[in-house]
Design a protein around this ligand. Structure first.
Ligand code: ADP
Ligand code: MG
Length: 537
Protein backbone atom coordinates (compact mmCIF):
# COMPACT_ATOMS: atom_id res chain seq x y z
CA UNK A 1 0.00 0.00 0.00
CA UNK A 2 2.74 2.45 0.90
CA UNK A 3 4.45 4.31 -1.86
CA UNK A 4 7.80 5.97 -2.20
CA UNK A 5 9.28 4.17 0.78
CA UNK A 6 6.78 5.70 3.24
CA UNK A 7 6.20 3.57 6.31
CA UNK A 8 2.75 2.21 7.11
CA UNK A 9 2.56 3.96 10.47
CA UNK A 10 -0.98 4.96 11.37
CA UNK A 11 -1.51 8.42 12.81
CA UNK A 12 -4.35 9.53 15.06
CA UNK A 13 -4.89 11.84 17.99
CA UNK A 14 -5.62 10.88 21.57
CA UNK A 15 -8.57 12.37 23.46
CA UNK A 16 -7.81 13.74 26.94
CA UNK A 17 -9.97 10.98 28.43
CA UNK A 18 -7.97 8.36 26.60
CA UNK A 19 -4.70 9.97 27.57
CA UNK A 20 -5.52 9.91 31.27
CA UNK A 21 -7.05 6.46 30.96
CA UNK A 22 -3.73 5.22 29.62
CA UNK A 23 -1.63 7.18 32.07
CA UNK A 24 -3.78 6.93 35.15
CA UNK A 25 -0.84 6.34 37.48
CA UNK A 26 0.28 9.96 37.03
CA UNK A 27 -3.01 11.04 38.56
CA UNK A 28 -2.62 8.65 41.49
CA UNK A 29 -4.61 5.67 40.17
CA UNK A 30 -1.74 3.20 40.00
CA UNK A 31 -3.13 0.20 41.89
CA UNK A 32 -6.36 -0.84 43.65
CA UNK A 33 -5.20 0.42 47.04
CA UNK A 34 -3.97 3.79 45.85
CA UNK A 35 -6.96 4.18 43.53
CA UNK A 36 -9.45 3.70 46.35
CA UNK A 37 -7.64 6.32 48.41
CA UNK A 38 -7.50 8.70 45.45
CA UNK A 39 -11.22 8.21 44.73
CA UNK A 40 -12.18 9.15 48.28
CA UNK A 41 -9.84 12.08 48.15
CA UNK A 42 -11.04 13.56 44.86
CA UNK A 43 -14.68 13.35 45.87
CA UNK A 44 -14.07 14.80 49.34
CA UNK A 45 -12.04 17.67 47.92
CA UNK A 46 -14.80 18.54 45.45
CA UNK A 47 -17.29 18.54 48.30
CA UNK A 48 -15.17 20.82 50.45
CA UNK A 49 -14.60 23.21 47.51
CA UNK A 50 -18.36 23.36 46.96
CA UNK A 51 -18.79 24.46 50.59
CA UNK A 52 -15.98 26.59 51.92
CA UNK A 53 -15.33 28.51 48.71
CA UNK A 54 -18.91 29.70 49.04
CA UNK A 55 -19.00 30.48 52.74
CA UNK A 56 -20.86 27.30 53.76
CA UNK A 57 -19.72 25.39 56.85
CA UNK A 58 -19.08 21.95 55.31
CA UNK A 59 -20.80 18.78 56.42
CA UNK A 60 -19.42 15.84 54.48
CA UNK A 61 -20.34 12.19 54.77
CA UNK A 62 -18.35 9.42 53.17
CA UNK A 63 -19.28 5.77 52.89
CA UNK A 64 -17.15 2.99 51.48
CA UNK A 65 -19.27 -0.11 51.09
CA UNK A 66 -18.47 -3.47 49.52
CA UNK A 67 -20.51 -3.78 46.32
CA UNK A 68 -19.22 -7.10 45.15
CA UNK A 69 -16.92 -8.77 47.64
CA UNK A 70 -15.74 -11.49 45.24
CA UNK A 71 -14.37 -8.91 42.83
CA UNK A 72 -13.18 -6.37 45.39
CA UNK A 73 -15.59 -3.75 44.10
CA UNK A 74 -16.36 -0.92 46.49
CA UNK A 75 -18.99 1.77 46.27
CA UNK A 76 -17.64 5.12 47.41
CA UNK A 77 -20.31 7.71 48.13
CA UNK A 78 -19.65 11.26 49.24
CA UNK A 79 -22.41 13.71 50.19
CA UNK A 80 -22.09 17.37 50.98
CA UNK A 81 -24.14 20.46 51.79
CA UNK A 82 -22.39 22.56 49.14
CA UNK A 83 -23.86 24.86 46.52
CA UNK A 84 -24.73 21.99 44.16
CA UNK A 85 -24.23 21.92 40.39
CA UNK A 86 -26.53 23.45 37.77
CA UNK A 87 -28.05 20.45 35.94
CA UNK A 88 -26.92 21.58 32.50
CA UNK A 89 -23.29 21.25 33.61
CA UNK A 90 -23.59 17.91 35.40
CA UNK A 91 -22.95 15.63 32.38
CA UNK A 92 -19.76 17.41 31.38
CA UNK A 93 -18.56 18.05 34.93
CA UNK A 94 -18.62 14.27 35.47
CA UNK A 95 -18.23 12.99 31.92
CA UNK A 96 -15.67 15.15 30.14
CA UNK A 97 -12.04 15.15 31.20
CA UNK A 98 -10.63 18.65 31.61
CA UNK A 99 -14.01 20.30 32.21
CA UNK A 100 -14.67 22.18 35.42
CA UNK A 101 -15.50 25.44 37.13
CA UNK A 102 -12.09 26.06 38.66
CA UNK A 103 -10.01 27.37 35.77
CA UNK A 104 -10.04 30.78 37.38
CA UNK A 105 -7.27 32.57 39.13
CA UNK A 106 -8.15 31.80 42.72
CA UNK A 107 -7.24 29.23 45.31
CA UNK A 108 -9.22 25.98 45.04
CA UNK A 109 -8.48 22.36 45.83
CA UNK A 110 -9.30 21.19 42.32
CA UNK A 111 -7.44 22.75 39.42
CA UNK A 112 -7.36 20.67 36.27
CA UNK A 113 -11.00 19.61 35.90
CA UNK A 114 -9.72 16.10 36.24
CA UNK A 115 -10.11 14.56 39.71
CA UNK A 116 -13.69 13.30 39.71
CA UNK A 117 -13.36 12.07 36.12
CA UNK A 118 -10.27 10.03 36.98
CA UNK A 119 -12.25 8.24 39.68
CA UNK A 120 -15.18 7.75 37.30
CA UNK A 121 -12.93 6.52 34.47
CA UNK A 122 -11.15 4.15 36.79
CA UNK A 123 -14.48 2.88 38.12
CA UNK A 124 -15.81 2.45 34.61
CA UNK A 125 -12.86 0.38 33.39
CA UNK A 126 -12.54 -1.77 36.50
CA UNK A 127 -16.22 -2.39 37.30
CA UNK A 128 -18.22 -1.18 34.30
CA UNK A 129 -20.50 0.88 36.57
CA UNK A 130 -21.59 4.47 35.83
CA UNK A 131 -21.21 7.34 38.27
CA UNK A 132 -24.39 8.39 40.07
CA UNK A 133 -24.83 12.06 40.86
CA UNK A 134 -27.64 13.58 42.85
CA UNK A 135 -27.54 17.33 43.19
CA UNK A 136 -29.77 19.98 44.71
CA UNK A 137 -28.41 23.35 43.60
CA UNK A 138 -28.67 26.18 46.10
CA UNK A 139 -31.81 28.23 45.44
CA UNK A 140 -33.37 25.66 43.09
CA UNK A 141 -36.69 23.90 43.78
CA UNK A 142 -35.55 20.69 42.16
CA UNK A 143 -33.19 17.84 42.72
CA UNK A 144 -31.53 16.13 39.81
CA UNK A 145 -30.32 12.59 39.46
CA UNK A 146 -27.91 11.38 36.77
CA UNK A 147 -26.18 8.17 35.80
CA UNK A 148 -23.23 8.96 33.59
CA UNK A 149 -20.49 7.09 31.81
CA UNK A 150 -17.58 8.51 29.83
CA UNK A 151 -17.09 7.92 26.11
CA UNK A 152 -13.35 7.57 26.41
CA UNK A 153 -12.57 7.89 22.73
CA UNK A 154 -14.61 11.07 22.23
CA UNK A 155 -14.10 12.48 25.74
CA UNK A 156 -17.83 13.08 26.03
CA UNK A 157 -20.40 12.11 28.66
CA UNK A 158 -22.93 9.36 28.00
CA UNK A 159 -26.01 10.09 30.12
CA UNK A 160 -27.59 6.71 30.92
CA UNK A 161 -30.35 8.07 33.11
CA UNK A 162 -31.66 11.49 34.10
CA UNK A 163 -34.44 12.31 36.59
CA UNK A 164 -35.84 15.52 38.04
CA UNK A 165 -37.57 15.62 41.39
CA UNK A 166 -39.43 18.42 43.14
CA UNK A 167 -37.62 19.24 46.39
CA UNK A 168 -39.30 18.89 49.73
CA UNK A 169 -36.70 20.66 51.82
CA UNK A 170 -34.41 23.58 51.23
CA UNK A 171 -31.33 21.49 51.77
CA UNK A 172 -28.82 21.90 49.02
CA UNK A 173 -25.78 19.83 48.16
CA UNK A 174 -24.47 17.01 46.09
CA UNK A 175 -23.99 13.26 46.42
CA UNK A 176 -21.58 11.48 44.12
CA UNK A 177 -21.33 7.71 44.07
CA UNK A 178 -18.86 5.57 42.13
CA UNK A 179 -18.00 1.87 42.16
CA UNK A 180 -14.30 1.11 41.84
CA UNK A 181 -12.07 -1.89 42.18
CA UNK A 182 -10.18 -1.35 45.39
CA UNK A 183 -8.11 -2.91 48.09
CA UNK A 184 -9.71 -1.71 51.28
CA UNK A 185 -7.52 -3.66 53.65
CA UNK A 186 -4.42 -1.99 52.25
CA UNK A 187 -5.96 1.44 51.72
CA UNK A 188 -7.79 1.59 55.05
CA UNK A 189 -5.14 3.22 57.22
CA UNK A 190 -4.26 5.76 54.52
CA UNK A 191 -7.86 6.72 53.98
CA UNK A 192 -8.55 7.09 57.69
CA UNK A 193 -5.35 9.10 58.10
CA UNK A 194 -6.40 11.29 55.18
CA UNK A 195 -9.77 11.96 56.79
CA UNK A 196 -8.13 12.73 60.14
CA UNK A 197 -5.73 15.17 58.54
CA UNK A 198 -8.51 16.76 56.53
CA UNK A 199 -10.38 17.31 59.79
CA UNK A 200 -7.23 18.88 61.23
CA UNK A 201 -6.92 21.31 58.33
CA UNK A 202 -10.60 22.20 58.15
CA UNK A 203 -11.75 22.05 61.77
CA UNK A 204 -14.81 24.10 60.77
CA UNK A 205 -16.13 21.03 58.89
CA UNK A 206 -17.99 18.03 60.20
CA UNK A 207 -16.71 14.93 58.45
CA UNK A 208 -17.96 11.38 58.88
CA UNK A 209 -16.68 8.24 57.25
CA UNK A 210 -18.35 4.85 57.45
CA UNK A 211 -16.11 1.96 56.55
CA UNK A 212 -16.91 -1.41 54.94
CA UNK A 213 -16.78 -2.88 58.46
CA UNK A 214 -19.60 -0.44 59.34
CA UNK A 215 -17.34 1.50 61.68
CA UNK A 216 -18.06 5.22 61.82
CA UNK A 217 -15.39 7.84 62.42
CA UNK A 218 -16.79 11.28 63.03
CA UNK A 219 -14.93 14.56 63.33
CA UNK A 220 -17.30 17.27 64.50
CA UNK A 221 -16.49 20.89 63.80
CA UNK A 222 -14.64 22.52 66.69
CA UNK A 223 -14.77 26.08 65.38
CA UNK A 224 -17.35 27.98 63.35
CA UNK A 225 -14.94 30.51 61.94
CA UNK A 226 -14.07 30.01 58.26
CA UNK A 227 -11.26 31.33 56.13
CA UNK A 228 -12.35 34.08 53.74
CA UNK A 229 -13.54 32.60 50.42
CA UNK A 230 -10.95 33.24 47.71
CA UNK A 231 -11.81 35.84 45.11
CA UNK A 232 -11.04 35.65 41.44
CA UNK A 233 -8.21 37.97 40.36
CA UNK A 234 -6.57 39.05 37.13
CA UNK A 235 -3.19 37.50 36.31
CA UNK A 236 -0.01 39.16 37.49
CA UNK A 237 2.26 40.27 34.61
CA UNK A 238 5.32 38.56 36.07
CA UNK A 239 3.68 35.18 35.40
CA UNK A 240 2.71 35.88 31.78
CA UNK A 241 3.76 33.66 28.86
CA UNK A 242 3.26 33.78 25.12
CA UNK A 243 0.16 31.58 25.06
CA UNK A 244 -1.48 33.57 27.83
CA UNK A 245 -0.82 36.84 26.07
CA UNK A 246 -2.19 35.44 22.80
CA UNK A 247 -5.37 34.34 24.57
CA UNK A 248 -5.76 37.77 26.12
CA UNK A 249 -5.31 39.45 22.74
CA UNK A 250 -7.89 37.15 21.18
CA UNK A 251 -10.53 38.10 23.74
CA UNK A 252 -9.72 41.75 24.53
CA UNK A 253 -12.19 44.53 23.89
CA UNK A 254 -9.53 47.25 24.28
CA UNK A 255 -8.53 49.15 21.15
CA UNK A 256 -4.98 50.03 22.23
CA UNK A 257 -2.26 47.89 23.69
CA UNK A 258 -1.73 50.09 26.71
CA UNK A 259 -5.44 49.82 27.60
CA UNK A 260 -5.37 46.08 27.11
CA UNK A 261 -2.44 45.67 29.50
CA UNK A 262 -4.13 47.89 32.07
CA UNK A 263 -7.43 45.99 31.85
CA UNK A 264 -6.19 42.43 31.59
CA UNK A 265 -3.54 42.42 34.32
CA UNK A 266 -3.30 43.40 37.93
CA UNK A 267 -0.53 45.77 38.99
CA UNK A 268 -0.34 47.55 35.60
CA UNK A 269 -1.37 51.21 35.39
CA UNK A 270 -1.18 53.71 32.56
CA UNK A 271 2.42 54.56 33.28
CA UNK A 272 3.81 51.07 33.72
CA UNK A 273 1.96 49.97 30.55
CA UNK A 274 3.77 52.66 28.61
CA UNK A 275 7.13 51.74 30.10
CA UNK A 276 6.61 48.04 29.26
CA UNK A 277 5.65 48.78 25.67
CA UNK A 278 8.46 51.23 25.19
CA UNK A 279 10.88 48.65 26.54
CA UNK A 280 9.55 46.15 23.97
CA UNK A 281 9.80 48.74 21.21
CA UNK A 282 6.05 48.75 20.47
CA UNK A 283 3.73 51.75 19.98
CA UNK A 284 1.48 51.91 23.09
CA UNK A 285 -1.49 52.92 20.92
CA UNK A 286 -1.17 50.00 18.55
CA UNK A 287 -4.21 47.78 18.04
CA UNK A 288 -3.49 44.59 20.05
CA UNK A 289 -4.86 42.42 17.22
CA UNK A 290 -2.14 43.73 14.90
CA UNK A 291 0.80 42.43 16.97
CA UNK A 292 3.25 40.14 15.24
CA UNK A 293 4.61 37.06 16.94
CA UNK A 294 7.98 38.78 17.36
CA UNK A 295 6.31 41.70 19.09
CA UNK A 296 4.34 39.37 21.37
CA UNK A 297 7.58 37.63 22.31
CA UNK A 298 9.30 40.97 22.99
CA UNK A 299 6.39 42.18 25.11
CA UNK A 300 6.30 38.98 27.16
CA UNK A 301 10.00 39.29 27.82
CA UNK A 302 9.75 42.93 28.92
CA UNK A 303 6.77 42.09 31.15
CA UNK A 304 8.64 39.29 32.86
CA UNK A 305 11.76 41.36 33.36
CA UNK A 306 10.21 44.55 34.75
CA UNK A 307 10.75 44.62 38.50
CA UNK A 308 8.75 47.56 39.82
CA UNK A 309 5.32 45.90 39.97
CA UNK A 310 3.28 45.80 43.12
CA UNK A 311 3.41 42.21 44.44
CA UNK A 312 0.54 39.91 43.33
CA UNK A 313 -2.79 40.51 45.03
CA UNK A 314 -3.66 38.05 47.70
CA UNK A 315 -7.46 38.13 47.84
CA UNK A 316 -7.39 35.13 45.52
CA UNK A 317 -5.93 33.22 48.48
CA UNK A 318 -7.75 31.68 51.38
CA UNK A 319 -5.31 31.06 54.23
CA UNK A 320 -6.65 29.20 57.26
CA UNK A 321 -5.37 31.68 59.85
CA UNK A 322 -3.99 31.24 63.36
CA UNK A 323 -7.27 30.45 65.13
CA UNK A 324 -8.37 27.74 62.71
CA UNK A 325 -4.97 26.03 62.64
CA UNK A 326 -4.70 26.03 66.42
CA UNK A 327 -8.27 24.72 66.71
CA UNK A 328 -7.46 21.96 64.21
CA UNK A 329 -4.30 20.92 66.03
CA UNK A 330 -6.02 20.95 69.42
CA UNK A 331 -9.12 19.17 68.13
CA UNK A 332 -7.29 16.26 66.54
CA UNK A 333 -3.97 15.93 68.39
CA UNK A 334 -4.99 17.11 71.88
CA UNK A 335 -1.58 18.64 72.65
CA UNK A 336 -0.65 20.52 75.81
CA UNK A 337 0.49 23.46 73.68
CA UNK A 338 -0.34 24.68 70.17
CA UNK A 339 0.71 27.80 68.35
CA UNK A 340 0.29 28.92 64.74
CA UNK A 341 1.61 31.70 62.55
CA UNK A 342 0.42 33.02 59.19
CA UNK A 343 3.21 34.67 57.25
CA UNK A 344 2.73 37.77 55.13
CA UNK A 345 1.94 37.06 51.45
CA UNK A 346 4.84 36.47 49.15
CA UNK A 347 5.19 35.42 45.51
CA UNK A 348 7.17 33.32 43.07
CA UNK A 349 7.08 33.85 39.28
CA UNK A 350 4.03 36.10 39.59
CA UNK A 351 2.03 33.62 41.71
CA UNK A 352 1.06 34.81 45.17
CA UNK A 353 1.40 32.39 48.07
CA UNK A 354 1.09 32.36 51.84
CA UNK A 355 2.79 29.96 54.21
CA UNK A 356 1.26 29.05 57.56
CA UNK A 357 2.80 26.90 60.24
CA UNK A 358 1.42 25.44 63.42
CA UNK A 359 3.32 23.55 66.11
CA UNK A 360 1.74 21.19 68.60
CA UNK A 361 3.62 19.88 71.61
CA UNK A 362 3.04 17.30 74.33
CA UNK A 363 -0.29 15.85 75.40
CA UNK A 364 -1.50 13.18 73.00
CA UNK A 365 0.72 14.21 70.10
CA UNK A 366 2.29 11.00 68.77
CA UNK A 367 5.98 10.52 69.42
CA UNK A 368 8.06 11.89 66.56
CA UNK A 369 11.00 10.09 64.96
CA UNK A 370 14.38 11.55 65.83
CA UNK A 371 14.91 12.92 62.31
CA UNK A 372 12.35 15.61 62.80
CA UNK A 373 8.89 16.33 64.20
CA UNK A 374 5.81 14.60 62.78
CA UNK A 375 4.96 16.64 59.74
CA UNK A 376 1.44 17.43 58.56
CA UNK A 377 1.60 18.96 55.10
CA UNK A 378 -1.27 20.88 53.53
CA UNK A 379 -1.54 22.63 50.18
CA UNK A 380 -4.62 24.72 49.49
CA UNK A 381 -6.28 23.07 52.50
CA UNK A 382 -5.61 19.56 51.14
CA UNK A 383 -3.58 17.17 53.32
CA UNK A 384 -0.70 15.58 51.45
CA UNK A 385 0.18 12.03 52.50
CA UNK A 386 2.43 10.48 49.90
CA UNK A 387 5.97 11.37 48.80
CA UNK A 388 6.81 13.19 52.03
CA UNK A 389 10.54 12.76 51.49
CA UNK A 390 10.58 14.75 48.26
CA UNK A 391 8.55 17.67 49.58
CA UNK A 392 10.00 21.09 50.30
CA UNK A 393 8.38 21.12 53.77
CA UNK A 394 10.08 17.88 54.76
CA UNK A 395 13.34 19.30 53.50
CA UNK A 396 13.01 22.21 55.95
CA UNK A 397 11.58 20.40 58.96
CA UNK A 398 13.96 17.42 58.85
CA UNK A 399 16.98 19.50 57.90
CA UNK A 400 19.96 18.41 59.98
CA UNK A 401 20.92 22.05 60.30
CA UNK A 402 17.55 22.94 61.74
CA UNK A 403 18.50 22.82 65.34
CA UNK A 404 15.45 21.72 67.32
CA UNK A 405 17.54 21.64 70.51
CA UNK A 406 17.93 25.36 70.17
CA UNK A 407 14.15 25.51 70.65
CA UNK A 408 14.32 23.34 73.79
CA UNK A 409 13.06 20.30 71.88
CA UNK A 410 15.04 17.12 72.33
CA UNK A 411 14.00 14.71 69.58
CA UNK A 412 12.34 12.27 69.66
CA UNK A 413 9.57 14.06 71.53
CA UNK A 414 5.84 14.65 71.24
CA UNK A 415 6.02 17.33 68.62
CA UNK A 416 4.13 17.94 65.38
CA UNK A 417 4.53 20.63 62.77
CA UNK A 418 1.73 21.57 60.39
CA UNK A 419 2.70 23.44 57.24
CA UNK A 420 0.02 24.94 55.00
CA UNK A 421 0.96 26.50 51.69
CA UNK A 422 -1.76 28.26 49.79
CA UNK A 423 -1.38 29.69 46.33
CA UNK A 424 -3.19 30.23 43.06
CA UNK A 425 -0.58 27.86 41.72
CA UNK A 426 0.94 25.24 43.97
CA UNK A 427 4.14 23.93 42.34
CA UNK A 428 3.18 20.27 42.69
CA UNK A 429 5.64 17.73 41.41
CA UNK A 430 2.87 15.76 39.64
CA UNK A 431 -0.87 15.83 38.82
CA UNK A 432 -1.46 13.38 41.67
CA UNK A 433 -0.87 16.43 43.93
CA UNK A 434 1.31 14.80 46.57
CA UNK A 435 4.48 16.79 46.98
CA UNK A 436 5.63 20.36 46.48
CA UNK A 437 8.72 21.30 44.52
CA UNK A 438 11.47 23.25 46.27
CA UNK A 439 10.89 26.68 44.82
CA UNK A 440 13.45 28.87 46.66
CA UNK A 441 10.90 31.57 47.61
CA UNK A 442 8.61 28.96 49.14
CA UNK A 443 11.41 27.17 50.92
CA UNK A 444 12.55 30.43 52.51
CA UNK A 445 9.04 31.27 53.71
CA UNK A 446 8.52 27.76 55.11
CA UNK A 447 11.82 27.98 56.99
CA UNK A 448 10.98 31.39 58.41
CA UNK A 449 7.50 30.30 59.42
CA UNK A 450 8.77 27.14 61.14
CA UNK A 451 11.36 29.21 63.01
CA UNK A 452 8.78 31.76 64.06
CA UNK A 453 6.42 29.13 65.42
CA UNK A 454 9.31 27.24 67.03
CA UNK A 455 10.35 30.39 68.89
CA UNK A 456 6.96 30.49 70.58
CA UNK A 457 7.32 26.84 71.47
CA UNK A 458 10.75 27.59 72.96
CA UNK A 459 9.24 30.33 75.08
CA UNK A 460 6.55 28.00 76.32
CA UNK A 461 9.04 25.21 77.03
CA UNK A 462 11.54 27.41 78.84
CA UNK A 463 8.75 28.74 81.05
CA UNK A 464 7.72 25.16 81.69
CA UNK A 465 11.27 24.11 82.54
CA UNK A 466 11.63 27.06 84.92
CA UNK A 467 8.31 26.22 86.55
CA UNK A 468 9.38 22.64 87.02
CA UNK A 469 12.61 23.69 88.72
CA UNK A 470 10.68 26.01 91.01
CA UNK A 471 8.26 23.24 91.77
CA UNK A 472 11.06 20.90 92.75
CA UNK A 473 12.57 23.56 94.98
CA UNK A 474 9.28 24.18 96.71
CA UNK A 475 8.60 20.50 97.32
CA UNK A 476 12.04 20.24 98.91
CA UNK A 477 11.37 23.28 101.09
CA UNK A 478 8.04 21.87 102.23
CA UNK A 479 9.76 18.67 103.34
CA UNK A 480 11.96 20.67 105.72
CA UNK A 481 9.14 22.75 107.20
CA UNK A 482 8.30 20.50 110.18
CA UNK A 483 11.95 20.07 111.06
CA UNK A 484 12.68 23.80 110.83
CA UNK A 485 9.49 24.78 112.64
CA UNK A 486 10.33 22.44 115.48
CA UNK A 487 13.87 23.74 115.86
CA UNK A 488 12.69 27.35 115.73
CA UNK A 489 10.02 26.82 118.32
CA UNK A 490 12.48 25.18 120.66
CA UNK A 491 14.88 28.07 120.12
CA UNK A 492 12.24 30.68 120.94
CA UNK A 493 10.59 28.95 123.94
CA UNK A 494 11.47 25.89 126.02
CA UNK A 495 9.18 22.93 125.39
CA UNK A 496 6.05 22.52 127.54
CA UNK A 497 6.03 20.15 130.50
CA UNK A 498 4.90 17.23 128.26
CA UNK A 499 8.03 17.79 126.14
CA UNK A 500 6.15 19.17 123.07
CA UNK A 501 7.38 22.38 121.38
CA UNK A 502 5.14 25.39 122.22
CA UNK A 503 4.74 27.52 119.08
CA UNK A 504 5.33 24.70 116.61
CA UNK A 505 1.93 24.98 114.85
CA UNK A 506 2.02 28.75 114.44
CA UNK A 507 5.63 28.81 113.18
CA UNK A 508 4.83 26.02 110.75
CA UNK A 509 1.85 27.97 109.48
CA UNK A 510 3.93 31.12 108.91
CA UNK A 511 6.55 29.15 106.99
CA UNK A 512 3.88 27.49 104.88
CA UNK A 513 2.29 30.84 104.05
CA UNK A 514 5.61 32.12 102.72
CA UNK A 515 6.09 29.04 100.59
CA UNK A 516 2.52 29.06 99.36
CA UNK A 517 2.78 32.68 98.28
CA UNK A 518 5.74 31.73 96.12
CA UNK A 519 3.99 28.61 94.77
CA UNK A 520 0.96 30.55 93.59
CA UNK A 521 3.15 32.24 90.97
CA UNK A 522 3.99 28.93 89.30
CA UNK A 523 1.77 27.54 86.57
CA UNK A 524 0.55 24.05 87.04
CA UNK A 525 1.31 23.78 90.75
CA UNK A 526 -2.19 23.45 92.09
CA UNK A 527 -1.73 20.83 94.74
CA UNK A 528 -2.40 21.31 98.44
CA UNK A 529 1.12 21.71 99.79
CA UNK A 530 -0.04 21.19 103.37
CA UNK A 531 -1.00 17.65 102.51
CA UNK A 532 2.65 16.92 101.81
CA UNK A 533 3.75 17.74 105.33
CA UNK A 534 4.68 14.86 107.59
CA UNK A 535 4.71 16.21 111.11
CA UNK A 536 7.61 15.28 113.25
CA UNK A 537 6.92 14.23 116.79
P1 ADP B 1 -11.84 20.02 39.41
O1 ADP B 1 -12.25 19.80 40.84
O2 ADP B 1 -10.37 19.96 39.22
O3 ADP B 1 -12.46 21.22 38.79
P2 ADP B 1 -13.37 17.59 38.95
O4 ADP B 1 -13.38 16.64 37.80
O5 ADP B 1 -13.02 17.03 40.27
O6 ADP B 1 -12.39 18.78 38.54
O7 ADP B 1 -14.79 18.28 39.03
C1 ADP B 1 -15.32 18.93 37.90
C2 ADP B 1 -16.29 20.01 38.27
O8 ADP B 1 -17.49 19.46 38.79
C3 ADP B 1 -15.79 20.96 39.36
O9 ADP B 1 -15.02 22.00 38.80
C4 ADP B 1 -17.09 21.46 39.96
O10 ADP B 1 -17.59 22.55 39.22
C5 ADP B 1 -18.05 20.30 39.76
N1 ADP B 1 -18.23 19.50 40.99
C6 ADP B 1 -17.68 18.29 41.26
N2 ADP B 1 -18.08 17.83 42.46
C7 ADP B 1 -18.90 18.76 42.98
C8 ADP B 1 -19.65 18.89 44.21
N3 ADP B 1 -19.61 17.93 45.18
N4 ADP B 1 -20.39 20.01 44.39
C9 ADP B 1 -20.42 20.98 43.45
N5 ADP B 1 -19.74 20.92 42.27
C10 ADP B 1 -18.99 19.83 42.03
MG1 MG C 1 -11.84 18.03 41.84
Amino acid sequence: MSSGGESIEKFRSLSPAEFFYRNREIAGFSNPSRALYQTVRELVENSLDACDNHGILPTVRITVFPENTKENHYRVTVSDNGIGIPPRYVPQAFGKVLFGSKYKLRQTRGTFGLGAKMAILYGQITTGKPVEVRTSPKGSQYSYFFKIMIDIEKNEPIVMERRIMKRKSKRHGTTVSVVVEGDWSRARSRILEYIKRTAMGVPYATITIITPEKEAYKYSRVIRKMPPPPREVKPHPRGVDIEMLKAIIASTKSSTLKDMLKNAFQSIGKKSAEILLEEAGIDPNKDPRKLTLDEITALVSSMRKYNKYRPPRTDALSPLGKDIIEAGLKGVLKPEFAYAVTRKPSSYSGHPFIVEVGVAYGGEVPLSPDKGPILYRFANKIPLLYDEGSDVCWKVVSDANFNWRQYNVKLPDRIAVLVHICSTKIPYKGVGKESIADVPEIEREVRNAVKEAARHLRLYLSKKIRAEEEKRKIMTLVKYVPEVARSLSILSKPPASDGNPVDYESIKSVLMKIIERRARKIDGLNIDLRELIIDVG
